[in-house]
Design a protein around this ligand. Structure first.
Ligand code: PHE
Length: 344
C-alpha cells in the first residue's frame, strides 16, 4: 500500500509538469481526486481492508499525499492564472494597429467630382440604358442607317433580330449622346441634364479601352446660344483643371449638333506656349455643339421655339489630362494593379 501511494505521488508530479491550461488541471484533479474513480480516492477505499494496526501509519501517509496533491494543484492554478493575465495584458499607451483603408477607384473619384461641379450650375444627373437601341444611339441623332458618320463610333452590335423597324438593332451604347432624345421624350422642359455612364467602342490601345466613361451635358431652353455653351464649358474646365487653364472652340462636324465644335484646353505642362506633349499649346478635349433641329424634332420639341447645346467628353481622358497626373496608358486604370491604384 505504501509503495502504491508513493508511486501515485510520483506519477502525479510527472503529469503535473505537462499541464498547459486550466482544463488540463481540472482533468488531472479528476483523475486523482475524483469522488468515484480518482486513483487516490480508490486507494483510500482499499485502505479500509487493511489490518487495523497498519491503518494509522498508512492513513497518515495517504492524507499527506492528498494535501500534497491539493497544494501542488493550487500553485499550478495560480501560475496559470498569472500567465493568462500577462498574455491578455492591455497597454492603452501603445500605438494602435492600423487597419488597411481602401478608397474609391480614380474613375469613380472623377465621376463624383464632375457631378459636383455641374450640380452647382443646376445640372441634374440622369441615367439611360447601356444596352441601347440603334434608334437612340444614331437614328434619332440625325444619323440614318448607312450614314458614313456612324463609322466614327465603332459600335458593338448585339446579335439579335431587331424587335421593330423604328428602334432597329440593339447596341452597346457608343456614346452618352444616346440619352439626348430619351431625355427630350420625357416632355419636361427646360432640360439641364447630365449623363455620366459607361460607353463602348471596338478600340483598344494606349489611349482607348473598349469600355470607357463619358459625361454628357444637354441644355434645352428658350434663347439658348453659343455663349451659354462656351460659358458652361469654361466653368467646368476652370473648376476641374484649374483657374489658369483656357479653352478654345474649333469648328468640327457632328450630325447631331449645328454648329459643332471641338473643345481644346491650354496645355498644363507648358501653359499654352507649346511643348512636346501638346505641340502648339492646346490639347484636344471633347465634342460639343448646338443641338441640331432634327434632334429636337425627334424628341418632340419645336426647334422654332426651343434651342439647346450639348457636349460629351471622356471621363478617363479628362482625368488623365488633369494637371500633375502622368498616366500614359488608359488601360492602366482597369488593370486593378494596386501598385497603380493606391497612388491615387
Ligand atoms: N457624342 C460625341 C462623341 O462621342 C460627343 C458630342 C456630344 C458631340 C454632344 C457633340 C455634342 O464623340
Amino acid at each position: 500500500m505504501k509503495e502504491k501511494l508513493e508511486g501515485l505521488k510520483k506519477e502525479f508530479s510527472q503529469e503535473l509538469e505537462k499541464i498547459k491550461s486550466s482544463a488540463d488541471l481540472e482533468s488531472l484533479s479528476n483523475k486523482y481526486l475524483g469522488r468515484k474513480n480518482g486513483s487516490l480516492t480508490l486507494l483510500m477505499k482499499e485502505m479500509k481492508e487493511l489490518p487495523k494496526e497498519k491503518m494509522p501509519l498508512v492513513g497518515k501517509l495517504a492524507n499527506e499525499i492528498k494535501e500534497f496533491l491539493l497544494s501542488q494543484m493550487s500553485t499550478a492554478k495560480s501560475k496559470l492564472e498569472n500567465k493568462n493575465k500577462s498574455d491578455n495584458f492591455f497597454d492603452p499607451t501603445l500605438p494602435g494597429t492600423e487597419q488597411p483603408v481602401g478608397h474609391l477607384h480614380m474613375v469613380s473619384q472623377a465621376i463624383r467630382e464632375i457631378s459636383a461641379i455641374f450640380e452647382h450650375i443646376g445640372f441634374q444627373r440622369e441615367r439611360y440604358p447601356e444596352v441601347e437601341w440603334d434608334y437612340y444611339g444614331f437614328e434619332a441623332l440625325n444619323m440614318p442607317q448607312g450614314h458614313p458618320a456612324r463609322d466614327e463610333w465603332e459600335t458593338f452590335f448585339i446579335d439579335r433580330e431587331p424587335i421593330n423597324k423604328k428602334f432597329g438593332q440593339r447596341i452597346l451604347t457608343p456614346h452618352t449622346s444616346s440619352g439626348q432624345v430619351r431625355e427630350m421624350e420625357k416632355n419636361i422642359l427646360p432640360i439641364r441634364m447630365m449623363n455620366i455612364s459607361k460607353t463602348y467602342r471596338r478600340q483598344i490601345d494606349a489611349s482607348h479601352s473598349p469600355m470607357f466613361h463619358q459625361f454628357e451635358g444637354l441644355v434645352v431652353d428658350q434663347d439658348i446660344n453659343i455663349t451659354h455653351l462656351k460659358g458652361t464649358v469654361e466653368y467646368f474646365v476652370k473648376r476641374f483643371f484649374g483657374p489658369d487653364r483656357e479653352i478654345r472652340l474649333r469648328p468640327h462636324h457632328f450630325q447631331f449638333t449645328e454648329p459643332s465644335f471641338e473643345v481644346d484646353i491650354s496645355c498644363g505642362v507648358c501653359d499654352g506656349k507649346g511643348c512636346k506633349l501638346c505641340k502648339e499649346g492646346w490639347l484636344e478635349l471633347a465634342g460639343a455643339g448646338m443641338v441640331h433641329p432634327n434632334v429636337l424634332k425627334a424628341g418632340g420639341i419645336d426647334p422654332k421655339v426651343y434651342g439647346g447645346f450639348a457636349f460629351g467628353w471622356g471621363v478617363e481622358r479628362c482625368y488623365m489630362m488633369k494637371s500633375g497626373l502622368n498616366i500614359d496608358d488608359i488601360r492602366l486604370l482597369y488593370k486593378n494593379d494596386l501598385r497603380v491604384i493606391n497612388q491615387f
